[in-house]
Design a protein around this ligand. Structure first.
Ligand code: DNO
Length: 410
């Protein structure tokens, strides 16, 4: 697979010169300065692409060309928004970029409750605690129906036995302080969304009010309706994708659970099969995010990779550990539920040119002071990339694939 790296543009503290030294071949990025819903112009795309090429790499994948909420909930301007999306697709293709990662998660992109959870080795990782999330939902967001929903909440078989998430959230409420509440809002809304979704920004004055307004847009939208809206979007853009050779790859929901009373429709094998069958076109494909999928106890990630490899256009390698109480964290890239070694075999056999990036590394050895985006450390991700490069070198030898890491005397 092509060794790629998610880079956040010219303001990223991790520079392309740094990435060149660690074996990165392709860049995964977006026009982060273009407001949500605006067309990506050919000039802007060309400028960034040329900048990347100046460092001897290529712009391999767009992550993300965001799908605005009104396409997801079918607002009055959805057709106009889809037309704009198509223009951006054409402009990207004209500049030689043919892989687009996007998601169809309503309101909230990925979610965690702790961004610096201590690992036993002194580094830290992202973490999701169900009770803290329930606390946020019931006590901070004060979402109608939240309490009843959490009272009904059940963990997948084999996890969270005897755990009462609602009781834990109520207990937390007793010693919560405004500072702790603020921190949870920063974690769930600002720091995880600010750099990816465009719905929320660093410095938003009243993020919770804004959040509630977004949630209101989805009143009455259930799973079937959200599926219908996704199908509508994909059917509308497929002729453009065919015309300009564009591969669309949906990112699975992270975590793969229904949250905040919103439907989530890219969580399981059945969901993915549905979305591939609903629009049976090779250009309608998948970002195989092993990390997101492995956070769902019901997902057998290796089996899913075998099944969906032919429709996978982009791979995220990371792996999660689920604790007996149901909470989860990022595992080592050599461990966890995802089995990255077997995944590397499956995808290398399928297509050795598939772009792949490591995802969410540890925060370690001073990463914490550098102001990197949550989950996107330098040293932690570099460590993970080193591990994955080792896995790929071994698998490539098994399969007889010749690979020479760029930038070295062989
Ligand atoms: C988080 C990311 C997601 C992903 C988008 C794709 O770390 O994996 O934000 O980029 O969902 O649209």
């Amino acid at each position: 697979m092509e060794r790629t790296w998610r880079w956040f543009g010219k303001n990223d503290k991790i520079t392309l010169a740094m990435l060149r030294q660690i074996g990165v071949e392709g860049i995964v990025t977006a026009l982060h300065d273009v407001p949500l819903g605006e067309v990506w112009t050919r000039e802007k795309i060309h400028d960034l692409k040329t900048y990347i090429e100046g460092y001897g790499m290529r712009w391999s994948v767009v992550e993300s060309l965001p799908v605005v909420e009104s396409i997801k909930y079918a607002g009055p301007d959805r057709d106009e928004q889809i037309e704009r999306y198509k223009i951006s697709l054409r402009n990207l293709s004209a500049e030689g970029i043919h892989t687009i990662c996007y998601n169809f998660m309503p309101v909230l992109d990925w979610a965690r409750t702790d961004l610096l959870h201590a690992n036993p080795n002194g580094s830290s990782n992202l973490y999701f605690n169900y009770a803290e999330f329930a606390y946020f939902d019931i006590y901070i967001l004060q979402r109608e129906g939240a309490r009843e929903e959490w009272a009904q909440f059940r963990f997948p078989e084999g996890y969270g036995e005897g755990r009462d998430v609602l009781a834990e959230a109520d207990a937390m409420a007793k010693d919560m302080t405004p500072e702790k509440n603020h921190q949870l809002v920063e974690t769930i809304v600002i720091k995880t969304q600010g750099f990816v979704s465009g719905n929320f920004k660093e410095g938003d004055k009243e993020p919770i009010e804004k959040f509630r307004r977004f949630l209101d847009l989805y009143k009455g939208i259930d799973k079937a309706q959200l599926r219908a809206n996704m199908k509508y979007f994909l059917e509308a853009i497929m002729p453009t994708c065919e015309e300009c050779g564009m591969n669309m790859c949906v990112h699975p929901d992270d975590p793969p659970i229904e949250i905040l009373g919103l439907p989530r429709i890219v969580r399981t094998e059945e969901d993915i099969q549905w979305m591939l069958d609903a629009v049976p076109n090779k250009h309608n494909g998948l970002t195989f995010c092993a990390g997101s999928l492995s956070a769902g106890a019901y997902n057998n990630v290796v089996e899913m990779a075998r099944k969906f490899a032919p429709r996978t256009h982009f791979v995220h390698l990371r792996s999660c550990h689920i604790f007996p109480n149901g909470d989860f964290t990022e595992a080592s890239h050599l461990g966890g539920r995802a089995d990255l070694i077997e995944l590397a075999r499956i995808f290398e056999k399928e297509n050795p040119a598939l772009p792949m990036r490591v995802d969410h590394g540890m925060t370690m050895l001073g990463d914490e002071d550098k102001g990197y985006n949550a989950g996107y450390s330098f040293l932690g991700r570099m460590f993970a990339l080193g591990q994955v490069q080792g896995i790929l070198a071994t698998v490539d030898r098994e399969l007889g694939i010749k690979y020479q890491q760029p930038g070295f005397f062989d």
